[in-house]
Design a protein around this ligand. Structure first.
Ligand SMILES: NC(=O)c1ccc[n+]([C@@H]2O[C@H](COP(=O)([O-])OP(=O)(O)OC[C@H]3O[C@@H](n4cnc5c(N)ncnc54)[C@H](O)[C@@H]3O)[C@@H](O)[C@H]2O)c1
Ligand SMILES: O=C(O)[C@H](O)COP(=O)(O)O
Length: 491
């Protein structure tokens, strides 16, 4: 595969190896283009020959075909953690679903070859993001293709739970006819609290309104207009717990949401509440749920996800007569799996080609239209970092760098992360063996104690106005390159 100029600049380690003493501080300045918003792009290391993609869990055919057009594809399912660590050193990309733990050991075992992890789905709680970032490995997901499937499964569980469909079916299959035992509850007029009003949560809310339910939602980050558009009231966590007849969970598993339903929060719920979980098992303290079921606080629970998957065969929670359970089937429709496979294959191939990663999880997401505009500045930013090292000499002594961006854009409209990453790359790679890219630039700078101070100058946007900085007191004469001015000064 031929590397584009930008991918080489963005990702290849430097061949410069000279070292000389550096003063503790120096600065660089970049004038950005006058038009459009500037945001960064991630580009991975270019490779010779076809890259290898390890697909560790079943992926839809259409996605596999897309991958095969570009890469050698190794479909190896059910690998043990040890087998995954062994294989990974020969792979440029890894694709998983929720059943594979992509642990720190996986990144460590990759010896730097792994450039991208593709999560064929939404939840990325099975990927060690910190380790990925530290290793400069991009993580991408497929955030949209299974939304409807998950929402439909949530509604399927809600209605099946309310009418005891699973229990009645099991009873009939065992030869019984128990009409009095399986009397359900109605949904119409009942209050449903949607916890996590994102893509899946809002689709569940829409559907539940269609069933005649009164829907409220709790989500600390959801914009009010999203709720308004669906006709749902956003309420506090405690209000949701206190007023809901049904609670449906749709938040990601994070340290903040881990066991968010626990002894204390079950105690705040209405007696006889019904719970649906198609989010992640870990958002419920399962022992507390079992107690709440036994105490009648929770009348019924419908669970698609579990803290440990698969859960222990003798799980008391799953055996509970008021629990219905499915084996993490939320995303498992033909349509969703096809869509997810294509979405993740495109993201992974794109990342390997050094293209934009619009579904990046651990790097800034980049709208495609800004790439062309930013490209020349990206290259120069890295060169400027390298030049700064040469001008002020050495490297290990560097403690801080001041970067000034001059643009017609308002400061808050100027996303400088890519340029900052490239300057960091230019500064660090010549004086160490560390590989730096957009994913790990901030981490690497922090680790080396390198402080990056950024200043944004708003330029006059009229075309006649020359691009000029007001020089700082210690600023030397600028260097003009193409349409940019740069100033480098050493302390
Ligand atoms: N069972 C399945 O097969 C299946 C399928 C798809 C998604 N999921 C799970 O559902 C989750 C949601 O998926 P999505 O596509 O809607 O993601 P999303 O990012 O669109 O929505 C998640 C929402 O949760 C909100 N949130 C974060 N912290 C919260 C908190 N403490 N309290 C309340 N809300 C909080 C976020 O603001 C966001 O709006 C995923 O993270 C995944 O774990 C499961
Ligand atoms: O987060 C997700 O996208 C869902 O939990 C689906 O997971 P799966 O890919 O393992 O079905």
């Amino acid at each position: 595969m031929a590397a584009s100029a930008s991918s080489r600049l963005l990702s290849s380690p430097s061949s410069l190896s000279w070292k000389s003493p550096l003063p503790p501080a120096f600065g660089v300045a970049v004038a950005l283009p006058r038009s459009k918003r500037t945001v960064p792009r991630f580009v991975v290391l270019a490779m010779d020959g076809k890259p290898t993609v390890l697909v560790a869990e079943k992926l839809g055919e259409a996605g596999l075909n897309l991958l095969k057009e570009f890469a050698n594809v190794d479909c190896s399912y059910n690998l043990s953690p040890e087998e995954l660590c062994t294989k990974i050193s020969l792979c440029d990309a890894l694709i998983v679903r929720s059943g594979t733990k992509v642990s720190r050991e996986v990144f460590e075992s990759s010896s730097g070859r792994l450039k991208v992890v593709g999560r064929a789905g939404v939840g990325i709680d099975n990927v060690d993001l910190s380790a990925a970032t530290e290793h400069g490995c991009l993580v991408v997901n497929a955030p949209t293709a299974n939304t409807v499937a998950a929402a439909e499964h949530g509604i399927a569980l809600l209605t099946a739970m309310a009418r005891k469909v699973a229990q009645a079916d099991a009873s009939m299959k065992s030869g019984k006819w128990q009409r009095n035992k399986y009397v359900g509850v109605s949904l119409v007029g009942k209050t449903l609290a949607v916890m996590g009003f994102g893509k899946v949560g809002s689709e569940v809310a829409r559907r539940a309104k269609g069933l005649g339910m009164h829907v409220i939602a709790h989500d600390p980050y959801a914009p009010a207009d999203r709720a308004r558009a669906v006709g749902v009231e956003l309420v506090s966590f405690d209000e949701a717990l206190a007023t809901a007849d049904f609670i449906s969970l749709h938040m990601p598993l994070t340290p903040a949401t881990s066991k968010i339903l626990n002894d204390e929060t079950f105690a705040k719920m209405k007696k006889g509440v019904h719970i649906v979980n198609v989010a992640r098992g870990g958002v419920i303290d399962e022992a507390a749920l079992l107690k709440a079921l036994d105490a009648g606080i929770v009348a019924q629970a419908a669970l698609d996800v579990f803290t440990v998957e698969p859960p222990p065969k003798d799980s008391k929670l799953i055996q509970h007569e008021n629990v219905i359970a499915t084996p993490h089937l939320g995303a498992s429709t033909m349509e969703a799996q096809e869509g997810v496979a294509i979405e993740i294959a495109e993201a992974v191939v794109g990342a390997l080609k050094g293209e934009l990663a619009s579904t990046a999880v651990n790097a800034p997401m980049v709208p495609a239209e800004v790439l062309t505009e930013l490209k020349p500045f990206v290259q120069v930013a890295e060169k400027l970092g390298r030049l700064a090292v040469q001008l002020v000499a050495g490297g290990s002594g560097v403690k801080s760098i001041k970067v000034t961006y001059a643009s017609a854009r308002a400061p808050e409209d100027l996303d400088t992360r890519l340029l900052r990453a490239m300057i960091t790359k230019g500064l660090i790679e010549p004086i160490s063996s560390v590989f730096v890219n957009l994913v790990n630039a901030d981490f690497t700078a922090k680790q080396r104690g390198l402080q990056i101070i950024e200043e944004r100058i708003t330029l006059d946007s009229s075309p006649e106005s020359p691009l000029e900085f007001s020089p700082g007191s210690d600023c030397q004469r600028g260097i003009k390159i193409c349409q940019c001015h740069f100033r480098v000064w050493g302390g």
